[in-house]
Design a protein around this ligand. Structure first.
Ligand SMILES: C[S@@+](CC[C@H](N)C(=O)[O-])C[C@H]1O[C@@H](n2cnc3c(N)ncnc32)[C@H](O)[C@@H]1O
Length: 229
């Protein structure tokens, strides 16, 4: 599939060519702030790519928490694993998975790789069922690339514990005075294979409570986070 070739060949250059420093880092910072993971949480990063969210997530969950990254591209995950090794994080693990079709067991097995069991010993099985061990989910600049993002959202709901949190950070055409940057945004989306009309954050608005909404870079980056009952 074209999208996996794109994130295969391009994996080595993604961090420098993706516009991270001047455009997209602001969105991931806003998204993780809105998600507000607590110490000890298990956070799933869906479509994690090279792991640009990991250091911010590890800082939030602490050594007693865990970060699980899933991505369909082995090449992007090779970069993510190199990042994990360089940083020496023992509580971060990644696995190859299609976000639109992954089995909940993929997360459970990855958790074991991150030296965590499915649930903490003091977790109440009523609020954290063993098959739904995830406290928070974030997906940055990925849902609009998945194609069938509603299917990915269904998979998210299958692993997120009742009352967990979800944050979606994704791209939209800039509006207002920033509309002048529309062609650049379209170019970035076309380069990355993103659909600027996808609006995956609407799932969080529809299914969440206490929705936090942030707009960054003239509306090009949309952030939604909420508690998902
Ligand atoms: C633009 S990158 C974003 C990566 C990362 N979330 C970030 O913020 O830098 C999109 C990622 O989505 C991944 N991807 C595309 N389709 C996917 C799918 N169906 N399942 C899982 N990952 C997918 C790509 O391999 C790529 O790593």
């Amino acid at each position: 599939m074209a999208i996996f070739r794109r994130y295969g060949v391009g994996a080595k250059f993604y961090d420098v060519l993706s516009g991270e420093r001047f455009v997209y880092r602001a969105g991931r910072v806003a998204g993780i702030r809105a998600l507000a993971p607590a110490r000890g949480d298990v956070v799933l990063d869906l479509g994690c790519g090279t792991g640009l969210n990991f250091s911010l997530l590890v800082d939030a969950v602490g050594p007693e928490g865990a970060v699980i990254g899933l991505d369909a591209s082995p090449d992007m995950l090779a970069m993510a694993r190199a990042r994990i090794d360089r940083a020496g994080w023992r509580n971060v693990a990644v696995a190859v998975a299609d976000a639109t079709a992954f089995d909940p067991d993929v997360v459970a097995h990855a958790l074991e790789g991150a030296h965590r069991s499915r649930v903490r010993p003091d977790d109440d099985p009523a609020t954290t069922p063993p098959d739904r061990p995830v406290d928070g989910v974030i997906s940055t600049y990925a849902m609009s690339i998945f194609g069938d993002w509603p299917a990915a959202w269904t998979r998210v709901r299958a692993v997120l514990r009742p009352g967990g949190s979800a944050a979606i950070v994704d791209m939209h055409v800039p509006v207002g005075r920033a509309a002048v940057f529309g062609p650049l945004a379209r170019l970035a989306a076309a380069t990355g294979g993103a659909d600027l009309t996808a609006r995956p954050w609407e799932a969080v608005e529809r299914d969440g409570v206490n929705v936090r909404s942030v707009s960054v870079r003239g509306g090009h980056i949309q952030v939604r986070a909420a508690v998902i009952p």
